[in-house]
Design a binder for this molecule. Structure first.
Ligand SMILES: *Cc1c(COP(=O)(O)O)cnc(C)c1O
Length: 850
């Protein structure tokens, strides 16, 4: 070939005026839950729609003019287009924004997260955390909450996964053209792009602000890949969870500190700040810095910032909490903490967690927020225990870490077939009844055969999708046609009557993807039965640095290649939102077997449950609450201190027994109907019990009621009169900390061991308050009838009253109590600091027991 230059030119179609608003539809992630919109695009050119990975904006830049012109003549297309626009407009109608989702019109939530997953067309997510954040935004939009979100716009995002014939995970990155993504630059009035500067070491890094629309909600994304920046700095926002610690700390500084600067540049003044996982916690420092610049002292600024900050932790192992070593913190924050007028020690203490000298982002997030939560009941307890040393004198079960159980955005994950069926059987109003448990029992009125036909149809669609993915995988790995036939033997969309189990999630070792292979002989007996075959489908990514996680993929691939398992056990590559939607809707059983109590919540099982798939899971995370005895199957975990291999044996045994004795027989109990009535009954009950409780509307609503509203109220209270409240509480806390070591209790009345019913007891306490006032403290008696219980939550609480008497440095307190119950009862007496402006009564972490 002769040397020559290849010139390129891109020809974009001209969108005909009648279809002009397709561009608007392509620029609002509303399409990520409105399936009709996605179908509309795909109808213009189904092949191109696949080729651009279901990305409406990329699609509109490439679709042939002739296809658009044809559509303007197509009455059916136009009717659908108009009906979608009318739904879109009524969803966005500003006059419908009456109640702000329970907040006031002055309120503004700013939600920070390292990743966001809305749809496969915006690849800035890795997995569960991002998708949860996406669902949070979607539900905030549905609820008309005044809400903005802050994240990073990754040039490459997370990796794309392929798996070779040996089971090795291959990692590829694609560079996004931001013009193809549903994002637009935020512009200044003069038309130039809005940018901010973030100081990093001795330089200023410029970040451009982009926006994405998620219904009513705006997500602002920061991007440092700009010509103004050095090559290294341009790289900061390239990869999600890639790079070294330097890359990570710089990303977190851009997100946290840059995010606050971006909101400032946008003129947005949040009244509630939500940190979703520790990565974004540096925002606390930037906000404190702003207040110190205004003249506030550090301690008052910290109180003022923390009081309207909400922190959600998603990690169940201490090692999973993000942390940076002290040298690194010193390097990056040396000048910064000086500007706050605090010492290095005071600064490092903000990120101090026991057991390590490192600066811990969870500790920073907790020190800088006044409401903190885990993401399921079990995880709330685990987090309280992990972080116990942040409230050193408080039992973990009483410390301020609570929980809000995760939920999923139903319109995103509910298959179209179900919403059509709900429209017919429940009426269109089901969309507004998301949390109405009573209402959803109407699913029982859907005739079994219709319910089953939806299930079968979803499984067929899954099988079509799996066939094409496995075909592609096999071709790339140079497998033969005969090999492909063997692989696809049981994946028959025409006759999908094979019990199908799905297991798809991140391949982290604690999720134990290979638990099912503990006893291969037993597994063979269960799944190779001629009459009652079982199909297993696996999918998921392992982090490129997680070697044991990648070993799990190899092990699955190896077992899948055993001749007897070929076709019965499939490993599908490239797990993403699209494959997840298909899988959760199409399989019969959703399997999850993590090591208790390491699954913070898990959400994929909720997605499966609302689509009529039945959960078979370890009682951990959300399933610990979701399981009611009749809506699926539960593997009861062994005790926490059980040795790992013993636990695996025990729990895999329980898994085999459930499969062999319950799941398989129930599924194949067909009779003449062609389906199992018992199965349909359980699937219906599973939908009825899970849909109204594990959806994102319930979750966001709970955040509003429990955290957002109180945080906003206290925030205003702390800030008014030039931060009088914040100063007051900061000074009070300093005084308490000074005095607390000298606070003691002494009992004056003689303990009486036996009384008769209705007799009163008169408790008398002398307290040394070490210069504190009686109003600064609470003295409390806790009593419980269950003798020897260790659960403090089972105790009744009674407060002592100050008698007004002071005697040689002691204050005298009294409590008259007539026990209401008979029997032997146990009681305790304690003192802790108290101030009405506190968010949580025990937030100081100080307490003395008698
Ligand atoms: C829902 C979802 C997850 C999270 O699933 P878990 O049950 O929390 O492991 C991860 N990845 C994708 C693509 C999902 O849709």
């Amino acid at each position: 070939m002769f040397p020559r230059t290849a010139f390129t030119i891109t020809v974009n179609p001209k969108i005909p005026p009648r279809l002009k608003r397709l561009e608007e539809l392509a620029n609002n992630l509303w399409y990520s839950w409105d399936r009709a919109t996605r179908t509309l695009f795909s109808r213009l050119d189904p092949y191109l729609w696949e080729a651009v990975g279901h990305n409406p904006k990329a699609f509109l830049k490439r679709v042939d003019e002739s296809a658009l012109l044809k559509a303007t003549e197509d009455r059916v297309f136009l009717a659908t287009y108009n009906s979608i626009l009318s739904t879109y407009d009524s969803y966005h109608d500003a006059s419908a924004l009456q109640n702000n989702g329970g907040l006031s019109s002055q309120d503004q939530v700013a939600y920070f997260c390292f990743e966001f997953g809305f749809h496969e067309s915006l690849p800035i997510y890795s997995g569960g955390l991002g998708i949860l954040a996406g669902d949070h935004c979607k539900a905030a939009s549905d609820l008309h909450l005044p809400f903005v979100a802050i994240g990073l716009l990754y040039r490459q995002g997370y990796f794309f996964q392929t798996i070779d014939s040996k089971g090795n995970q291959q990692v590829t990155y694609t560079i996004s053209d931001f013009d193809d993504l549903p994002v637009t630059p935020v512009l200044r009035p003069d038309g130039s792009g809005l940018q901010i500067e973030v100081p990093l070491l001795h330089r200023q890094v410029t970040a451009k602000i982009w926006q994405a629309k998620i219904g009513h909600v705006t997500l602002y994304l920061l991007d440092t890949d700009l010509p103004e920046n050095s090559p290294q700095d341009r790289y900061i926002t390239h990869n999600l969870y890639g790079g070294d610690r330097t890359m990570r700390i710089e990303q977190e500084i851009i997100l946290g500190m840059g995010g606050v600067r971006a909101l400032h540049a946008l003129g947005i003044k949040p009244t509630i700040w939500h940190i979703n996982e520790g990565h974004a916690a540096f925002m606390i420092l930037e906000r404190i810095h702003d207040l110190v610049q205004q003249g506030l002292d550090f301690a008052s600024a910290l109180e003022s910032v923390a009081v309207n900050t909400v922190f959600t932790t998603h990690t169940a192992v201490p090692a999973g909490h993000d942390h940076f070593n002290t040298e690194m913190m010193q390097t990056y924050f040396d000048a910064f903490y000086r500007s706050l007028n605090i010492t290095r020690e005071e600064f490092m203490a903000l990120g101090h967690a026991s057991g390590s000298p490192d600066f811990n982002m969870t500790a920073l997030a907790i020190h800088g927020s006044r409401t903190h939560n885990g993401v399921s009941k079990i995880h709330g307890g685990v987090s309280a225990s992990i972080c116990r040393d942040l409230w050193p004198q408080i039992e973990p079960e009483e410390n301020p870490i609570s929980y809000v159980t995760n939920g999923i955005h139903v319109p995103t994950f509910l298959a179209q077939e179900w919403s059509d069926l709900f429209d017919r059987y429940l009426g269109h109003e089901w969309r507004n009844k998301m949390c109405d448990t009573e209402y959803w029992s109407r699913i029982d009125t859907i005739p079994d055969h219709l319910f089953w036909s939806v299930r079968q149809s979803l499984k067929s669609q899954l099988f079509y999708g799996i066939r094409s993915r496995i075909t592609e995988q096999n071709a790339r790995n140079r497998g033969s046609e005969a090999h492909l036939d063997r692989l696809l033997k049981f994946v028959d969309p025409i006759n999908p009557n094979v019990l199908t189990l799905g297991f798809a999630r991140r391949f982290a070792t604690y999720k134990r993807a290979t638990l099912l292979f503990e006893n291969l002989d037993w597994l063979r007996k269960i799944i190779l039965d001629q009459e009652r075959p079982v199909l297993l489908i696996f999918a998921g990514k392992a982090h490129p640095a997680d070697v044991p996680g990648q070993d799990l993929i190899r092990r699955i691939s190896q077992v899948a290649s055993f001749p007897e398992f070929e076709g019965r056990l499939l490993l599908v590559e490239g797990y993403d939102l699209r494959l997840a939607r298909r899988l959760v809707a199409g399989v019969d059983v959703w399997l999850n077997n993590p090591i208790y109590p390491l699954e913070a919540s898990g959400t994929s099982g909720m997605k499966a449950g609302i689509n009529g798939a039945i959960n078979l899971s370890v009682l951990d995370g959300w399933w610990g609450e979701g399981y009611d005895g009749k809506n699926g199957w539960a593997i009861k975990p062994g005790p926490e201190d059980m040795e790992g291999t013993v636990r695996d044996q025990e729990e895999s045994r329980a898994l085999y027994e459930i499969l062999q004795d319950q799941v398989v027989p129930l599924y194949y109990n067909h009779g003449k109907l062609g389906y199992s009535p018992g199965w349909v009954k359980m699937a219906k009950h599973s939908m009825i019990s899970l849909l109204p409780s594990y959806n994102a509307t319930r979750m966001v609503d709970e955040y509003v009621t429990k955290f957002y509203r109180p945080a906003s109220g206290k925030g205003a209270l702390y800030a008014e009169n030039d931060f009088a409240g914040a100063k007051n509480i900061a000074a009070w806390k300093a005084r308490i900390k000074q005095a607390w070591h000298g606070v003691t209790l002494r009992r004056l009345d003689a303990p009486c061991e036996r009384i008769h019913f209705n007799e009163a007891l008169n408790f008398k306490i002398a307290a040394k308050l070490n210069n504190l006032a009686p109003e600064d403290i609470v003295i409390e008696l806790l009593i419980c009838r269950q003798f020897k219980t260790t659960r403090l939550c089972n105790f009744d609480h009674f407060k002592f009253a100050f008698t007004g008497i002071q005697d040689s440095g002691e204050h005298l307190f009294e409590l008259k109590l007539t026990p209401e119950l008979c029997g032997k009862q146990e009681y305790f007496i304690r003192i802790y600091p108290y101030h009405p402006l506190l968010t949580h009564p025990l937030e100081m972490g100080l307490m003395v027991w008698l």
